[in-house]
Ligand binder design. Structure first.
Ligand code: MOS
Length: 744
């Protein structure tokens, strides 16, 4: 493992926004209150397919405090984003308000606005909707698919190589619909001032949200401002705007009053996305020695009636292993369900579950240690893009993880390991996640009140973005964290990226560093140009900036001038400079490389056959994500992702009622997620190799990578303990009762 010089970069740093959150001072979207604010409550469809025959709002409109009832007949135009626009939203707005067609249960059909939340809730229940229902198809299984897959990636001759292969695996792996369940519900508060609107939102992308809402509402983009200072997470569900934002903004415009709308938990299961069900067929062909010769990964995912949402399960497949003959192909299956949306580690997480489960089965078939199988097939270069990797330490992830986990003590036969009256199962899997540097801008400013700030139109989804930005500013200026202000979560700030794809760190740090360098340079120039400054008429190249002071290179900082004193002397309130991040696909140091993070997951399960209790007891995760800026926040991200992996492996699944099309477990009580009690002992290790393609700090960013591979390692461990090969998530007691081992 590499070492980094002592600096705040790479030092565990408590969150600078922690006190705001623990004291309740951090304002989330629904915490915004305004004079004369009214409350909106949606009315949702109670069928999954058909048409609205009659929508009678007369009773609701006469109820106390009711101000407005909007539906497709009176909401007015809501515009679409153009096909192919980068910032296109999904089709839910169309689905909700362009016509009287119902395409899924829970689709918004009206919104009631009243003086209080209670009045609006009561009136929403009194909106009378009659439907002409059609049979709804919410069938979970996609095995009725009859079409053709479309090619995602191809090389060599898969068919020939597979048919000639000495050892083969051909298996289908299924992941269910999973629903994003951030603690903070989706909410929007709209405040109009003439034809300008401010939206207090919970969004993973203030800049994109602004562009899409301007388009949807028919406004120039400069008339819309989106504020999202704090998020109670999103997991991808808050990447793009959903219809409630639009209907709330229209209601506020029509009423000329601020309006707040917060979805409830049940609505979170039907109108703001989910990870689609996938059915993935993996074919692997190998030599007797374990060298892969053929790999085919074909998958289906469910989508809605209007969206062509491709989950991208084949994302990591073409580059993760060395294999000469490969095919990846995908297809969609429509159901009467809402629009799917990216959910933590989209594509790669369900995709790697299937690929890595297939690799584990191949290892068993070959009677080769699954770790060794990974090492035999490690890729030297990206065989898909035909590019070298910028920084890949996949092999070391396994080697370090094996040591930490004690992998060499594993005995390979089923049910052969026991501890404290329980059967043990040990499994592993590889992980990977894409890295990119997105273009963005940050402004760094030195202020006459002795503080320094950075401003960027990105947001902190809860992962520690505020803190790492302050760390970079401290690293650059030497100014202590308590005199640094990080200002995020406002579309009026310089354009910043979405909090998505674990890409904020790798992207924005470069802009902040460039902005800090440029602002410092301006300070130095100011020192030479300001009369009365001790540095007046010195040569800029003889000056340096240390810990907030400008001084001559041959002086100690104390002999120089403090930046705030210089600003006062020059009669400036502040001095700022902009920094930009060059996107990785334009940078000569990055564009000729394949940029990814890697990881290895080692899982131990405990199985008590006598009482059919399965528990993930221990996870060792080793992550190669470039340089780690804040090991405290990063480890927190990865261990959170591992807990989510336990949920993916054992618990999470959204189930639709076949008669009504309603998600029947659409509540925090009925949708099972891993809790503290389900959480294993988690050991997170970062390899910490700076990635030269990622810019000054070499950070690729973390979060989603921690979830990849966990479920495949769990199912391998389950097989090792019980002998039951589960290929459909989540692993259930019903699966495990097939075990032939009846006591530990
Ligand atoms: Mo993440 S699914 O990129 O918010």
């Amino acid at each position: 493992m590499s070492t980094t010089p002592a600096s705040i970069i790479g030092t565990a740093t408590p969150r600078i926004d922690g006190p705001l959150k623990t004291t309740g001072a951090a304002a989330y979207a629904a915490d915004f209150h305004f004079e004369r604010m009214a409350h909106a409550v949606p009315v949702v469809a109670l069928i999954a397919n058909g048409k609205i025959r009659k929508l009678d709002t007369s009773t609701a409109e006469r109820m106390p405090g009711v101000l407005l009832v909007l539906h497709h007949d009176n909401i007015g135009p809501l515009y679409r984003t153009a096909p192919g626009d980068d910032n296109a939203t999904n089709s839910e707005v169309r689905s909700a308000f362009e016509d009287e067609v119902i395409r899924h249960w829970g689709q918004h059909v009206a919104v009631v606005v009243a003086e209080t939340l209670e009045m609006a809730t009561a009136a929403a229940a009194a909106v009378h909707v009659e439907y002409d229902p059609q049979p709804a198809n919410v069938r979970a299984s996609l095995d009725d698919f009859k079409g053709k897959h479309k090619s995602v990636s191809e090389r060599g001759d898969f068919d020939g190589a597979f048919s000639d292969a000495q050892v083969k695996i051909d298996a289908t792996y299924i992941t269910p619909i999973e629903t994003h369940n951030p603690i903070e519900l989706h909410a929007s508060v709209a405040v109009w001032d003439g034809d300008h609107v401010t939206l207090y939102e919970t969004t993973q992308g203030v800049v994109n949200h602004r562009v899409v809402m301007a388009q949807t509402l028919g406004l120039p983009v400069e008339n819309v401002r989106v504020v999202s200072r704090f998020l109670g997470s999103g997991f991808g569900g808050k990447l793009f705007p959903w219809p409630h934002t639009a209907m709330n903004a229209v209601a506020a415009r029509k009423l000329g009053r601020p309006v707040k709308l917060s979805l409830n938990r049940r609505m979170m299961f039907s109108s703001v996305g989910y990870r689609p069900r996938t059915e993935q067929r993996i074919k692997l062909g190998a030599t007797k020695e374990g060298k892969l010769v053929a790999l085919r990964h074909e998958y289906l995912n469910v989508t809605s009636q209007l969206d062509d949402f491709d989950e991208g399960c084949g994302e990591a497949t073409p580059y993760l292993y060395s294999v000469a003959n490969l095919e990846v192909a995908s297809a969609l299956v429509r159901r009467n369900v809402g629009a799917p949306m990216y959910m933590r580690g989209p594509g790669a997480v369900p995709g790697l579950y299937a690929l890595e489960a297939g690799m584990n089965e191949l290892a068993d078939e070959l009677k080769i240690d699954p770790l060794k199988l990974r090492l035999i097939n490690d890729a030297e270069k990206d065989e898909d893009k035909k590019l070298p990797f910028s920084s890949r330490h996949f092999r070391e992830c396994f080697e370090v993880g094996a040591k930490k986990f004690g992998w060499e003590k594993r005995t390979s036969s089923i049910g052969s390991m026991r501890r404290d009256g329980k059967l043990l199962g040990w499994g592993l899997a590889g992980a990977s996640w894409v890295a990119l540097r997105l273009p963005c801008t940050a402004t760094v400013e030195f202020h006459s009140n002795d503080r320094v700030s950075v401003r960027c139109g990105t947001q902190d989804i809860g992962t520690g973005t505020y803190t790492i930005f302050a760390q970079v500013l401290h690293e650059k200026t030497g100014i202590p964290l308590d005199r640094i202000d990080v200002i995020l979560g406002d579309s009026a700030l310089p354009d910043g990226p979405m909090s998505g794809g674990s890409m904020v760190t790798g992207s924005v740090l470069n802009a902040i560093a460039a902005g800090a360098d440029a602002a410092t340079k301006r300070l130095v120039q100011l020192a030479t140009a300001t009369e009365g400054s001790a540095m007046h008429e010195a040569k800029a190249e003889d000056l340096v900036f240390t810990a907030g002071r400008i001084h001559k290179k041959d002086q100690v900082p104390a002999d120089g001038v403090a930046f705030a004193d210089l600003l006062h002397l020059a009669r400036l309130n502040g001095l700022s400079a902009e920094g930009k991040t060059q996107p990785s696909w334009e940078d000569p140091k990055a564009k000729g490389f394949s940029l990814h993070s890697y990881g290895a997951q080692f899982v131990e399960v405990e199985w008590e056959p006598e009482i059919a209790r399965l528990r993930v007891s221990r996870v060792v995760t080793v992550i190669d994500a470039g340089r780690i800026i804040n090991p405290k926040a990063a480890a927190n991200q990865v261990s959170g992702a591992v807990v989510m992996g336990v949920g993916m492996g054992l618990l999470e699944e959204t189930v639709h009622d076949q008669r009504t099309g309603q998600p029947i477990n659409g509540s925090m009580a009925d949708y099972l997620m891993a809790t503290c009690a389900d959480s294993p002992d988690i050991d997170v290790t970062f390899l910490n190799y700076p990635d030269p393609a990622m810019g000054e700090y070499g950070a690729r960013g973390v979060g989603e990578i921690g979830l990849a591979g966990v479920a495949a390692a769990i199912t391998a461990a389950v097989y090792h303990a019980t002998g039951v090969r589960v290929r459909e998530l989540p692993v259930r007691i019903e699966h495990l009762l097939q075990s032939k081992i009846l006591e530990a």
